[in-house]
Design a protein around this ligand. Structure first.
Ligand code: ACO
Length: 320
């Protein structure tokens, strides 16, 4: 009877911070509008020579250090990102080299904002099927590189950063570990959130395009449904959840999930105010925040959920 435990977390945010006020000097927006509609007050943005791989490496090094491990102990590396350094090779292979995980399998997953949930599910399945003992699952993004800084409806929403977790498969650990995870995709909605560029369609990487209201509507509906599914799969109810650690896209989406699950306000990890939407990095960044300040403790049940462009969405329950 083996379980996949989440044994450590780490995160990294670039030093440069851009406030709403500063943004209002580039586009016709205001601190008041951004706060009221999204809950965001600031975002971190990579420096000129800083890459997604730098963020991923720093977050991973922190997670490894907290676990008392080195890269050589890792058998599997999955990096969830939609903003890799290069078209190929993957950021995961770069990370494998940087941390000296010489025998690890390494690949990227591209499921935009649901990337971390997708990567967690795949890593869980691979460890359960005997592909190794320890995995490093990373969400790392530099969304600032694919924003149209003249489009106020998108450029105010995103930020850069990375988070990482160490997963370890163990025998006889009771009910600890990943209890259930559920993934979904529906390509019918590929046109409501996408990037208008890429290797086989244009000569550049393109920019984020989004029908915000439509995405918002799907987010509330689909995240609510997948949370019910993942709870049922684990034979649990929302009352068993100690912490909701949601993808951080918009405070109103997060609050609607908190009300649906009837969780107290202070049982939800919120970082969207300081980090904005960091896509695949938002959940591990939020996890690292709440572990670091002592809110999330060993034995707590965590409910994770996210939705992103595709559409793709999913949820996971983890006893930390
Ligand atoms: N500043 C000021 N005004 C703005 C801004 C801005 N930054 N952006 C839009 N507006 C204006 C619009 O032009 C519109 O003006 P109009 O009424 O004169 O046409 C008005 O504000 C209202 O715009 P809406 O788009 O209707 O505003 P809404 O309340 O829907 O909020 C928002 C927009 C914040 C984008 C919201 O729809 C949202 O959060 N959607 C979900 C986005 C999301 O979660 N995306 C991520 C999920 S997947 C991923 O992370 C990749």
């Amino acid at each position: 009877n083996k379980s996949v435990l989440m044994t450590s977390v780490g995160s990294y945010l670039p030093e440069k911070v851009v406030s709403n006020k500063e943004l209002s000097t580039y586009v016709d927006t205001s601190d008041e509008w951004i706060r009221r509609r999204t809950g965001i007050t600031q975002r971190h943005v990579v420096g000129e020579n800083e890459k997604t791989s730098d963020l991923a490496r720093k977050a991973s090094q922190e997670a490894l250090e907290h676990a008392g491990l080195t890269g050589a102990d890792i058998d599997l590396i999955i990096v969830a990102t939609s903003t890799p350094d290069d078209t190929f090779p993957s950021n995961a292979t770069k990370l494998q080299y940087q941390i000296g995980a010489t025998t690890a399998i390494a690949f990227d997953i591209q499921a935009v904002c649901a990337g971390f949930i997708y990567a967690l599910d795949v890593a869980d399945a691979m460890l359960q099927s005997g592909r190794g003992k320890r995995a490093l699952v990373v969400g790392a993004e530099s969304f600032s590189k694919i924003l149209d800084w003249k489009d106020r409806s998108t450029c105010v929403l995103f930020g850069d950063g990375a988070g990482a977790v160490v997963l370890e498969i163990e025998s006889d650990v009771g009910d600890f570990g990943i209890k259930s995870s559920i993934l979904h995709a529906d390509g019918n909605y590929r046109d409501i959130l996408y990037v208008d560029g890429g290797p086989s369609s244009t000569n550049d990487v393109g920019h984020v395009r989004m029908e915000g209201k439509e995405v918002f509507r799907h987010a509330v509906e689909k995240l609510s449904a997948v949370m019910d599914e993942v709870l049922e799969a684990a034979n649990m109810t929302a009352a068993d959840v100690d912490w909701l650690v949601p993808h951080q896209a918009n405070i109103r989406i997060i609050d609607s999930m908190q009300r649906k699950m009837k969780l107290p306000q202070d049982r939800v990890v919120r970082t969207v105010d300081r980090h904005a939407n960091t896509s695949a990095a938002s959940i591990p960044l939020a996890l690292a925040d709440a572990v670091r300040d002592g809110r999330i403790k060993n034995g707590h049940v965590l409910a994770l959920e996210a939705i992103g462009g595709g559409l793709v969405w999913g949820a996971a329950l983890v006893k930390y």
